[in-house]
Design a protein around this ligand. Sequence first.
Ligand code: FES
Ligand code: FE
Length: 455
Amino acid sequence: TTVSTRLDEILDKVEAALEDDLVPVDIFNDQEVFEAEVDRIFTNNWVFVAHESEIPNPGDFVQRRIGIDPVIVTRDGQGGINVLSNYCRHRGTQVCQTDSGNSRFFKCPYHGWTYNSRGQLIGTPHLQDAYGELLDPDDWSLMRAPKVDTRQGFIFASLNADVPPLEEYLGGAGWMLDAIVGLHPQGMRVAGPPDRYRVKADWKTAAENFSGDVYHLDVLHWGTEEIHVSQGLQMSCEIARRYEFGNGHNFTGHAWTKAIHPGYVLWGYPEHIASQFDLSGLDEAQLHVVNHEPPTVGTIFPNLSFIRFNTPAVPGGPMSVVTSFRQWQPIGPGEIELWSWQFVWDFMSEEEIEQHYVTGEFVFGSAGVFEQDDTVAWEGIAKAGASPWARKAGMSLNFQQGRNSAVDQSPDPTWTGPGIKRNTGYGEHVQLAFYRHWLDVMRGEGAAPTATEGN
Ligand code: FES
Ligand code: FE
C-alpha cells in the first residue's frame, strides 16, 4: 500500500486538472513541490549550465548552479569541459568564491586543500605530518557531474548518470537550436557576462511564457507599441507558429513575411549579416522555418529559454536582430534568479556587436522595456500560488484557450520537421505540453528513462 503524501495529493490534483486543460495554482509557490522539483527535475536530468564561449581558454571557469547546488564549469588544460561540485571534500566549504575567472587551481579558503581544473586534489597543507600515507589524493577529488555534453556550444550537465544521450533528450529542440545558432560555422558567442537578478516568480511561469505565450504581447507589452518600438503586436497570435518537440521542449515563431514585416526573411537580418550565413547544413524544413516562420521564443525543458527578434533600441533607431538566451534558476519556492546572456555572431564588427548588445539590453536586459513588464506579471502568479484563500477554494488557472475557437489549430499535415507544428498562436498547446511533461517527470515517468527500457 502507498502512503499518500501531501505532494502526491497535489500531483493527483494537477493530473485531474490537466485533463480539463487547467493547472492548480498550488504548484507555483510551494515548499514541497519545490523540493521535489529540485530532486526529480533539476538534479535528475540534463540542465544547461554554461556556453562554451564563456570559457574558451584553458583555466577559464564560471560558477553556476544545478538545482540549488553550486557547480564550477571549467576548461581544463586538455581543452575538456568539467562540471565540478563547489563543495570542498574536506569540510564542504566552497572552493571557488567568485563568479568567473581564469585559474589553474581552486584553493579552498578554509584549510587550503587545492584542486585543479579537473577537480583533482593536488595540494594538501602539511600533507605528511597531517595525514602521512593515509590520504590518497585520488580518493578526494571534487564530485563531478557524471554526464556533460554540448550542442552548438551550449553545455548541458546531468547529475544522474542514467539519462538518455543529450541528443536524444533534446530531440527536435536540438534541431531547432541548430537552425537558430548554427547558421555560421563559428556559431554564436556570448557578448559578455550574464545579467543576473532575482524575481519573486516561479521558474515554471517563465519557462511557460517563453514556450510561447503570444496572447500577452498586445496587452502586457502594448506600451512598446505606443512608444513605436514594436509594430503590429495585435497580429501576434494570428501569425504565430507553434513547434512542439516533446520532452517539454517548445518553440514559437512568427510568419513575419505574411504580415507586419513582409520583407523579412531570416528574422529580418540585414543583407550584410545574412550573406555571411551558410545555410547548406540545414534540411528543407529548417530552411523553411528560418526563412518564413522563424522561432521568436522557445524553452528547452526545464529552464533554458531563447528569444530573437528584430527591434530598435529607441523609436526610429537602427534595427538589430537581438538574440538572448536565459535561464530561470530556481532559488526557492516562488523565486528565481534570472540569468540572461546577449548572443552575437563572431564575424560581426565591434560596432555591430555593441549595437546588438545595447539593443538586446534595452528590450530584454534586467531593466529592459519588455523584461520589466513580464516580471511584474509573473510575480503576481507566485502570490496567487501562496494564497491560502486560492488553495482552499481550489483555484485553477485557465489553459482552455482555443477549445471552442473557430481558428484551425490542428497540426500542419505538410510539416516535415520533427514534432508537431501548428499554424496559429491561438490555443495553449505548448503551455499544456510543458505542464504535462512536468507532471510526468514529477511522477518519475518519462523524465530520465532508465537504461532498462527496451530490455
Ligand atoms: Fe576545504 Fe578544509 S574545508 S580545506
Ligand atoms: Fe513578455
